[in-house]
Every structure is written in C-alpha cells, then in structure tokens.
Design a protein around this ligand. Structure first.
Ligand code: SAM
Ligand code: FES
Length: 347
C-alpha cells in the first residue's frame, strides 16, 4: 500500500482501482504515511503558511431543497435572514482590521439577491478593499450572471459538486437539481476565468467507496484551484435527520489523498471537521489542508446559518474566532498569514 502512496506522490495520479484499494485498505499507520507525504508536498509550495478567509453568511433563504441541508426551503422552522449591503460592508471592515484579505460571500440560493444587487455589493467591496479577493459561494446561476459577477470584481467561486456520481446525486437532491447542471456551472466558471473550488461531503448518506473514487477522478479532470471537503453532519429538521454522520478519520484520509493528487490546491480544513472533533481543524491541517475559514458573520445571525446540528463558533465574535484560529495553528507549528492567499500558480 505504501508503494501506491509513493506512486501518487511521484506522479500525482493513480488508477481508480488503486484509489479504491487505498481507501478500503487504509490503516492508522498508512494514514500517518500519507499525511507525512501530503505535508511534505504542501510545505514545498506553501511552507508553513495558513491562509485565512473571512466567511460572510449573508443569506439563509434558499429556493432549493437538498435533503441534507438545514437551510433547505422545506425547513419551515429555520429563522430566515438577509444581510443588507451595509451590514456586509461592516463585516468586511471588521475583517480587514483583523487581517483578512479574502472575503467569502456564502448563502443559500436566494433570488432576492438579483444579479444587479450582487454586482453592486461586489463592486462596493472591491472599491473599498482593492487589495482583497472576493469569493462567491451562492450556488447555480447562468453563465451571464457569473460573467457579470466576474466583471464586477469577484475572482473566486466555490461550488461543491457534492458527489460525482449521477445515481448518488439523485439520492441527495430533488429531481430539479442535476449533477450535469452542477458540473456545467463549474466548467462555465472556469471558462470565465474564476479560480474555482469543487468539493463534497464525506460520509453523506448512500455514499460508497466507488463514489469517493469518482469524486477523486472528477477533481483530477476539473483541476480546480480549491477543494472543499468536510464530513456530512445530520441536521434534525431534514430528511437525513437520522442518518449517520461522516467520520473524522475518513475525511482526513481523503484530504491527504487530494493534497497528493493536486499538490498545489487550496484545501480548507472546514468548520464541519471542527464540529465533529474539538481538534478536527488542526488534524485537517496536519493531514494536508492549508486554509481555514473563520466566520465573519454578525453575531446576531450566526446561529441561523445552521447547515447541520451543533455547528461550532455560533456564539463567538469575529475577533475571537480569528485569534482562536491563530492560536490553534501556532500550537501545531503553522502560522496564519495576512495575504490574499492566491493559488500557487498565481503568486
Ligand atoms: N448555496 C450554495 C451552494 O449550494 O453551493 C452555498 C451554500 S451550501 C449551504 C454550502 C455547502 O454546505 C454545500 O455545498 C454542502 O456541501 C454543505 N452542507 C450542507 N449541508 C450539510 C450538512 N448537513 N453537513 C455537512 N455539510 C453540509
Ligand atoms: Fe471560532 Fe475558534 S474558530 S471560536
């Protein structure tokens, strides 16, 4: 098995059957070996730097009904909110003072935020913070909308593909949502010039090892700048309320494989990892991740953006999270840097 990891380290690729063998045959010892290699390649490109992104969850309204998600439209118990442009700019102001140079605007698919409104928000942020990068994470829109956002100054876009398997996709989403459209959006975004991020949940209901291998093959084909993965965590007011969550151990192993397969990728250690284990985010970094995304949303809305149960940091001020994260990273020998944190190829 170690030869397979050596081979992946040397060539950045493996056959699907080899990925499958690695995932199925993983042991704690093999995982240690993988993480060691993953960190070698990560520090070669990014040394011990950890990039921070300020996450602004600006709306939890959503027209979609994904079976796993706590802010799905059928969850009538969710308390809905939208931030105003002024509130979003206030988040940026706080974030800038705290050393953030990337703002991630994330939300449900909320058509109240028309293209015009979003273009205005993007342009206003860019005008005041021209040295910052703007990442959007607002789901599926048309090519024209994406182009308008790009022209307004947004440079990065996160759109997890969720699963690269058609059948699995159908088990996680209602019929009106399709994997083909999700993938088409990612290719559109890439073509426009965005730095793009795809990703998936580890341990989502009905996921098989073959599905995980398909995810890896898709990532290799897409060659994204970022990959966001985290464990699936059930939310009590969704159809998957009683499903098992994804494990820390498998999520870490997948992070290690992704680091070796796309060595320069920007790889967040997610809030979901920190939710299933108090040291989950630290372990994610030690498995190969190099990005963290502390929350910049106003404290008044924090506990309303509940994608899954028990989400951490819902009661903490932005500054608390920022410095907590710095300490956490320093404890494991890494340093948070004040930087846009662009992909290696763009630095
Ligand atoms: N609406 C945008 C979209 O669809 O890309 C962005 C917001 S969406 C809530 C962000 C991500 O949260 C999804 O891509 C999904 O992978 C993740 N997510 C949703 N529910 C989750 C859950 N129960 N456990 C873990 N992650 C979840
Ligand atoms: Fe939010 Fe530690 S990152 S409290």
């Amino acid at each position: 098995m170690k030869e397979l990891i050596d081979n992946l380290y040397a060539t950045q690729q493996l056959e699907p059957t080899e990925f499958k063998a690695l995932i199925e045959g993983r042991t704690p010892e093999l995982a240690e070996y993988l993480f060691d290699k993953a960190n070698q390649i990560k520090t070669k490109h990014y040394s011990n730097d950890i990039y921070i992104r300020g996450l602004i969850e600006f709306t939890n309204y959503c027209k979609n009904d994904c079976y796993y998600c706590g802010i799905r439209k059928s969850n009538t118990n969710a308390q809905r909110y939208r931030l105003t442009e002024e509130e979003i700019l206030n988040c940026c102001e706080t974030g800038y003072a705290l050393g953030f140079r990337t703002f991630v605007l994330q939300g449900g698919e909320d058509l109240y935020f028309s293209d015009d409104k979003l273009v205005h928000i993007i342009a206003s942020i860019k005008k005041q913070y021209s040295d910052c990068a703007i990442t959007l994470s607002i789901g599926e829109r048309s090519y024209e909308s994406y182009l308008a956002f790009y022209n307004a100054g947004a440079e990065r876009y996160l759109l997890r593909h969720e699963t690269a398997d058609e059948e699995h996709y159908k088990k996680l989403h209602p019929q009106n949502l399709t994997l083909s459209n999700r993938k088409a959006c990612l290719f559109d975004l890439k073509q426009i010039g965005f730095q793009i991020g795809c990703g998936f949940m580890v341990g989502s209901p009905f996921q098989t090892v073959d599905n995980l291998v398909e995810d890896l093959v898709f990532i290799k084909e897409l060659q994204p700048h970022m990959v966001g993965i985290g464990p699936f965590i059930p939310h009590h007011e969704t159809p998957f309320a009683n499903e098992a969550g994804g494990s820390l151990e498998l999520t870490l192993f997948m992070l290690g494989l992704i680091r070796l397969m796309v060595p320069e990728v920007l790889l967040p250690s997610t809030t979901a990892l920190g939710t299933i284990d108090p040291l989950g985010r630290e372990q994610g970094i030690l498995a190969g991740a190099n990005v963290v995304m502390p929350n910049l949303s106003p404290i008044s809305v924090r506990n309303k953006y509940m994608l899954y149960d028990n989400k951490i940091c819902t009661g903490d001020e932005a500054a608390e999270c920022r410095f907590c994260m710095q300490k956490r990273m320093e404890n494991i020998g890494y340093q948070v840097v004040v930087s846009r944190g662009d992909h290696f190829s763009l630095q």
